[in-house]
Design a binder for this molecule. Sequence first.
Ligand SMILES: Cc1ncc(COP(=O)(O)O)c(C=O)c1O
Length: 460
Amino acid sequence: MTWNAADLFAQHERERFAVHSRHLNEQMVRVLKTIGYDVFFCRGEGQYLYDRQGDRYLDLLSGFGVFAIGRNHPALREALKSVLDSQLPNLVHMDVSTLAGILAGRLLKHVPYLDKVVFLNSGSEAVEAAIKFARAATGRPGIVYCEHAFHGLSYGALSLNGSDRFRSGFEPLLPGCIRVPFNDLVGLERALHSQTVAAFVVEPIQGKGVNLPANDYLKSAADLCRRHGTLFIADEVQTGLGRTGRFLAVEHWGVEPDMVLLAKTLSGGHVPVAAILARKKIFDKVFDRMERAVVHGSTFGANDLAMAAGIATLDVLTSERLIEKAAEFGERLLHGLAAMIPHYEFLRDVRGKGLMIGIEFGAPRSVKLKAAWHALEASSEGLFCQLITMPLFKEHKILSQVAGHASHTINLLPALVISDSDCDLVINAFDTVIRSSERVPGAIWSLGKTFVGHAVRATA
Ligand SMILES: Cc1ncc(COP(=O)(O)O)c(C=O)c1O
């Protein structure tokens, strides 16, 4: 009997929330229903999602950044179909993969100062491996990471997580991990001084909050690392592969890390894949003799579907000039949104690089607005941002996300294939919604009251 995903989806999609509540993450279903995101998406194409009514939504999340080339890109689908149609000798393990060799070569062409690649299945897995490699290469135990960092949620990655909300309940974590403030070279030097630190792991732009490095931070941090015999590892799982308008975000600051971690975009959104790019001298320490040929790896690491997804994604990034477009459209959005700052009291900052943009809100100056802000904050920290994303979704059909728990920043992480008219939509929609947030009392504040009421009842 043949099996068809589209038919199965059509038969069961109406039960998705009930089934998830029963068998999967019930709390996630409650969240989606509470914020009105339970619209039953039925199709994805490019930068858009379509709900059951056929309404189109501009997706500013792009699956947490995985759909940089857009959802269901025809070139990616063809590449994956060609693998399935070709009966390649996938995952032999007592052979080496031809497609992995091609993808590794193409990645290293973009990062010519690195020599070697390992393919894994997820960003977190890349972080885990990077910790192991750094310890093996240096013979040191310590790993330094930053406040507000996010590197994934498996144990090693969680040990480098700069938010106690994620860590809490899961301790004890990996020993030897030292937290330093982001953008603080003095703190970093203090941490490195012991000469026991294997690596400094850092996101060039922090995803949680879209925190940008000071101009000299990454370069000076890399210099400090070199001076103290510590490896500099750039976690480019989110920023890499064009997102910020360069192939790697570190290129904005002229930095050459010892290891670069990639995932998300490389998958084309369809087949999980991650890559560690590293200097040969690190590899030579990890895989230092024949008995250690399999000392690190993962069963599915270089599977043909993932490798084909990576190759097709790199092709699309180049042929459609998506890295250049990310820079162009990013500038356009940044300027359009930043131009609103003088007009709206709640709007504090608009920052980012390429199509990784953070829109930060904060306490207003005028007495009336300040009172409303503080009352809302007292009931639920960071709720204001949610009150902006909800009308963006419902009234303007824009899917966006608050940058983290209790955060005052909304993250924009669209597909790199967005258009001029998408940028206009985003700028006009934010303008309308932020303007209406400054009407107190008004629709947004009533929504806030209802929301707080729901939350109180849910936790009662
Ligand atoms: C910078 C960074 N590193 C690592 C990860 C973990 O990736 P994954 O969710 O694929 O494990 C993420 C995920 O959001 C990330 O943003």
